[in-house]
Design a protein around this ligand. Structure first.
Ligand code: GDP
Length: 202
């Protein structure tokens, strides 16, 4: 089985304002989460080889919706782009709304097969990232800690950051993996698509 083109030409299913609006809870989903500016949209674009699929933006906090994409050859398998978090300018009410919608998604959505937490490799494991990891531990949702922007570091530093991250997640009982990645030069793309494919049972 080659995973290389599994996510190429994924289709946009829709944009949903909150958990209640999501389509039927069926098939298999992998969700993507990350602080604003961690590169969540760029990672989704890199995986799907579509520069425009998840809009990238230099303006943090632009989108609060849940966006869903489905695999070209199997629409029951989906990538779910959850709202970003950690914007300084967002009100407390909006932050609570974010937490509620993600908490509901992780606790209630039976089609969830895994959560990808996208972090800047230079500043990983901020409070909200840790909160998500704890939710995954409680709900036994498998996690990939994706250390993005690896192009900003030397090869040695990448290895040491991956090893530090693995130590940090050492005591988790839910399935978990650490992957260094760059959506700029596609470092780690083959490994990531393989892990995502396996999560989706491909
Ligand atoms: P989002 O807010 O998490 O969806 O982040 P975006 O995908 O919009 O990216 C935020 C900024 O980080 C943009 O300026 C991107 O060009 C940049 N960026 C994203 N991924 C990478 C990466 O792997 N390497 C580098 N150097 N920059 C990146």
């Amino acid at each position: 089985m080659t995973y290389k083109d599994l996510f190429t030409n994924s289709a946009f299913v829709g944009s949903f304002p909150s958990y209640e609006n999501l389509p039927e809870d069926e098939g298999q989903e992998i969700a993507f989460c990350g602080r604003s500016n961690s590169g969540k949209s760029s990672v989704i674009n890199a995986i799907t080889k579509n520069k425009k699929l998840a809009k990238t933006s230099k303006t943090p906090g632009r989108t609060q919706a849940i966006n869903i994409f489905s695999l070209k050859d199997n629409p029951s398998k989906k990538l779910v782009d959850l709202p970003g978090y950690g914007y300084a300018k967002v009100s407390k009410a909006m932050r609570n709304e974010w937490a509620e919608s993600i908490d509901e998604y992780l606790n209630l959505r039976t089609s969830i097969n895994g959560l990808i937490i996208i972090m800047d490799i230079r500043h990983p494991f901020k409070d909200s990232d840790e909160l998500l990891i704890n939710w995954c531990e409680q709900t036994k949702v498998p996690v990939i800690a994706l250390l993005n922007k690896a192009d900003k570091l030397s090869k040695n530093k990448i290895v040491s950051e991956v090893s530090k991250a693995k130590k940090n997640l050492n005591n988790l009982t839910t399935k978990c993996e650490v992957i260094a990645f760059s959506s700029k030069d596609f470092f780690g793309l083959d490994g990531l698509t393989q892990s995502l494919g396996e999560m989706l049972g491909e």
